[in-house]
Write a protein that binds this ligand. Sequence first.
Ligand code: AMP
Ligand code: MG
Length: 544
Amino acid sequence: MSSGTRMRVASRGLCNGIRADKVHYHRSMPLQFDNRFLRALPGDPSDSRHSRQVHGAMWSHVAPTPVRSPRLIAHASDVAALLGLDAAEVQDESFVGALAGNALLPGMTAYATVYGGHQFGNWAGQLGDGRAILLGETVNDRGERFELQLKGAGPTPYSRRADGRAVLRSSIREFLCSEAMHHLGIPSTRALSLVLTGEQVERDMFYDGNADMEPGAIVCRVAPSFLRFGHFEIFASRGESELLRRLIDFTISSYFPQYTDLVDDERILAWFGEVCERTATLIAEWMRVGFVHGVMNTDNMSILGLTIDYGPYGWIDNFDPGWTPNTTDAQGRRYCFGRQPGVAQWNLARLADALATLDLPVDALERELNRYQRRYTLEITRVYANKFGLDQWRDQEGDIVDAAFQWMAASGVDMTTFFRALAQADSADDLAHTFYGEVRWHDAREAVTHWFIRYQRAVNAPGAPSKHARVARMSAANPVYVLRNYLAQEAIDLAHEGDYSRIAQLLDVLRQPYCVQPGREHFSGKRPDWALNKPGCSMLSCSS
Ligand code: AMP
Ligand code: MG
């Protein structure tokens, strides 16, 4: 799509049931689609948008609801390149129309999928893509496949009583964090674009009866698959074993082809074991960078082991394993930082329950489930070894890493700046600036000084790597830049004033999170005091 030869965008009137053949194009579409999910798995015969329980099917045709005046305010050029698109193609008016849900391009088919989930420990029944509409599966020149999904493109049969929309603040957060995670080297769904809809959305941000109108936005997410544990659970819960088997077969043949030659139970067990291991790796990586997902319900757990569904997530500033960014979780703290490894295991056990309905031997499922704990231990050991630059961390007093986490939790030192400073520190005093204030440093100083002597002794033990090698290793494991909650909030506040430049700037900084970027100190400091109790910086709700 070059400028001047624009595709015509389907008009607002084509709202229900817009199809690619209603749109005329002057040149070939740069994206190729091959929608395996739709081809392989049964769909819902109805294409009505009304909210309902959908049985006997895995997806429903549902056209996005067009929006008034779409405007692309950010896009990730490397995600575009992954799909085979250049910047001009993404910015083309008609392509932006597709990213806003106003048109379907050739090859696109719009649909929403059925899933269920355990929310906060309880089975919640059918959930499904309530505000996510898939546009199909693209295949790039290298044969790599990615699904495109619009978040906030209008109601679907799975919207229950909600509006199917998303607000700008949560869309900025999803857009930036997906990319931040990817560039940290952590598996994640990606984000191609952020589009303002030109329409207002009503939200009661803190569920306190104070609803406000907020700008609406749509993110186009990109991932090989958006399948969640809940996709498997829903069919098990309904006794729809045939559908469950078909979904598993599809998942293995499409995303885990290495297991297709195994037969019967062995195939499913090997695949489930791998899901356990991928999940373990993912959670260890979250723990490495101080990411708190905030809503680890089973419907928010990716079957591919990706970080998925960026809602009231947060990043650890002051080190506190009990911290949760999610106001809905403030009481129980089920999804707080330190509990993420255990919750992931609980979620995998729910997936195992779903698989058990296929008469798989329970002891074999348990054996595979145990791979989670084993892999997590391996991964977190690797993570700590890299973060501290230490392979042997027992001395005559005990466990040096454990001791660090104890004083870190007690003092609330800033996690991200601490680990970067630790690599370079020659004395405990070199760590003082990573504490939240003089008083906290003063209170912790004795314990930190004692600990630092132990640490120094360990890193200088005979046979230990050189300081140069240690610093390089630690610098590759400890980011300088993470999407601290207040940094995202600053971008949101500016965007609400019509200034979108900070989104692009942050995206750029977060592309190289491990490299010190001169002139960008604003993005690498501790959380400023003003952000301590500001909504969006310290507490977030699920309202999005
Ligand atoms: P979440 O808490 O965002 O993971 O969403 C849980 C369920 O609620 C999923 O089925 C979502 O698709 C659905 N949902 C959340 N927000 C909306 C909304 N604004 N409109 C429709 N469905 C929604
Ligand atoms: Mg969700």
